[in-house]
Design a protein around this ligand. Structure first.
Ligand SMILES: Nc1ncnc2c1ncn2[C@@H]1O[C@H](COP(=O)(O)OP(=O)(O)OP(=O)(O)O)[C@@H](O)[C@H]1O
Ligand SMILES: [Mg+2]
Length: 503
């Protein structure tokens, strides 16, 4: 009896060892995907290797279908079973065309055909390919564009100071044709397809674009359908190192805009900030090849907008001079709106917006109301003795950029933020309450002198403001190093000195 038990135990051990020897001596299996079947063979896309034809009997055909993941013995090149693992990695691509069992997809910037057994795949959908990239295995559905904003930020016109004239033009050009659609139609006037907002940095272009979207959503609001009216893209986000991908992105942005507009029955604003970075003039040497294909795609999309006011393109740029003229031609983005630096009155309005509801030390300003305080603060920037840069040529001084030539809404906000900080510190230390005139003065000095890269913020129109029709020429001379900007950033108290230097 004991002998029998021992025998049985030994038998089990031998069997186990046999299994182990087999496992250790067999090569690692590889995996693949069945593409399709012929009479006696199956075509299999072997992961990371390529496509093989392997013998495949009728019995096996009953077991496996196109798209099945299988284990292959590399020695015998035969299918040994079904893989139980998910695909470790597969590329997700966008479908460009569906033709029976073939899909044309966009893969790493190239169009290529892959097989597919998937049901209901449509153009614009995303599919996952098998690791060799031969067959689409999974349907991800429509690619969600990351560009549609679900909610439009609240941005009433009253948040913007000193730009009434500009806002008036925007309202006339964009809001009125939508508000009074029938009247405009009777006179045969189509709503604009696009506007270009251009001008120096920090002066409200982005704010205006947001307000356009917000106000349109208010105008056309229908209950429950207020979302998704604003698609904001930064130009450089569109640039892609893969040839063809940038065009694809533009196409997707406009498709999303048109879809959202028709779903919601309300206008969608496509806002492209820093538009000059993608829409540079073609073939001038200013641009490289990539613009030669982005600009035509953009034009095609603009021309595809049907002009019923449903999709409005707003471009913003501070280098409108390098945008391809075809984009700005009639019937496309044909309204150019210059968003200037604030005037002294405009700056006072912006001060009012940011000083509102803040504790103020009215006595130090010698004023009772916020309007007077805002005007006083603005006057401190626009004092003609505040010199930022001296423009110097080899022959001497050509002129000056004053603080007023460089002021912007963004800086005024920065000044108020700084002044608030001084006041907070003083109040904590128990030395009084409220923003004082000195706080504003100090904040202006620091805002201007602290500002790195100021010179880059000077745009061609600023040169024209200071030097009239010579401005653009001087600007170029400065870029080429014939003229220099000498930092001053302080008040030249002595007006004769200012004059002396000037001469
Ligand atoms: N006219 C203005 N009224 C109130 N705030 C302003 C105004 N202009 C600018 N600002 C403030 O400056 C910030 C920057 O403005 P915005 O982004 O609109 O400038 P931009 O013209 O688009 O500049 P960029 O060319 O650098 O993109 C705003 O968020 C706002 O706080
Ligand atoms: Mg901007």
């Amino acid at each position: 009896m004991a002998r029998d038990e021992e025998k049985e135990k030994l038998k089990k051990t031998i069997l186990l060892l046999q299994d182990e020897i087999e496992r250790l001596s067999s090569p690692p299996y590889i995996t693949g995907t069945i593409l399709d079947f012929a009479d006696k063979n199956a075509r299999i896309s072997v992961d990371g290797v390529g496509v093989f034809e392997v013998p495949f009997g009728d019995k096996l055909k009953e077991e496996y279908k196109t798209g099945a993941r299988v284990i292959i013995n590399p020695m015998t090149k035969s299918v040994v079973g079904q893989s139980e693992f998910d695909i470790a990695s597969g590329r997700v691509v966008t479908v460009e065309e569906v033709d029976g069992k073939n899909l044309r997809v966009q893969n790493r910037g190239e169009s290529c055909f892959v097989l597919s057994n998937l049901e209901g795949v449509k153009v614009g959908d995303e599919v996952m390919l098998d690791p060799s990239g031969a067959i689409a295995l999974k349907h991800w559905g429509k690619k969600k564009t990351p560009y549609v904003l679900e909610k439009i930020p609240e941005a009433p016109w009253s948040n913007i100071g000193g730009l009434e004239g500009i806002i008036g033009i925007v309202k006339e050009e964009i809001e009125d044709p939508i508000k009074h659609k029938e009247v405009f139609e009777r006179y045969g006037r189509n709503p604009v397809k696009g506007v270009l907002l251009y001008g120096p940095p920090g002066c409200g272009k982005t704010m205006i674009a947001k307000s356009i979207a917000y106000n349109l959503s208010q105008l056309t609001s229908c209950p429950g359908k207020k979302d998704g009216h604003f698609i904001k893209v930064n130009g450089p986000e569109i640039l892609d190192k893969w040839l063809g991908n940038s065009e694809g992105k533009i196409r997707r942005i406009f498709t999303a805009a048109r879809d959202t507009a028709s779903e919601n029955g309300a206008p969608v604003v496509v806002f492209i900030d820093e538009a000059d970075s993608i829409l540079k003039t073609r073939g001038t040497g200013v641009s490289t090849d990539i613009y030669d294909s982005i600009v035509p795609q953009f034009l095609a999309e603009l021309d595809g907008i049907n002009g019923n006011g449903n999709v409005i393109t707003v471009l913003a740029s501070n280098r409108e001079d390098i945008i391809d003229p075809a984009i700005l031609r009639d019937g496309r983005v044909d309204r150019r709106i210059f968003v200037p630096r604030p005037s002294e009155e405009g700056a006072a309005e912006i001060f009012m917006i940011y000083l509102k509801n803040k504790p103020l030390d009215c006595r130090s300003f010698g004023k009772k109301d916020i309007k007077g305080i805002a005007e006083e603060s603005s006057a401190q920037i626009y004092d003609g003795r505040n010199v930022a840069y001296r423009v110097v040529s080899p022959k001497g001084t050509l002129g000056f950029f004053l603080y007023s030539n460089l002021a912007s809404g963004a800086m005024i906000k920065g000044i108020v933020d700084r002044a608030s900080m001084y006041a907070i510190k003083r109040e904590i230390a128990g030395n009084g309450r409220g923003i004082s005139k000195d706080d504003i003065k100090r904040a202006i000095e620091e805002e201007f002198s602290d500002h790195d890269g100021f010179a880059q913020a000077i745009v061609p129109t600023d040169w024209e403001d200071v030097f009239g029709h010579n401005g653009r020429q001087y600007n170029r001379a400065c870029q080429q190093g014939y003229l220099t900007l000498e930092n001053i950033f302080s008040r030249i108290e002595d007006s004769t000195k200012l004059k002396e230097v000037k001469e």
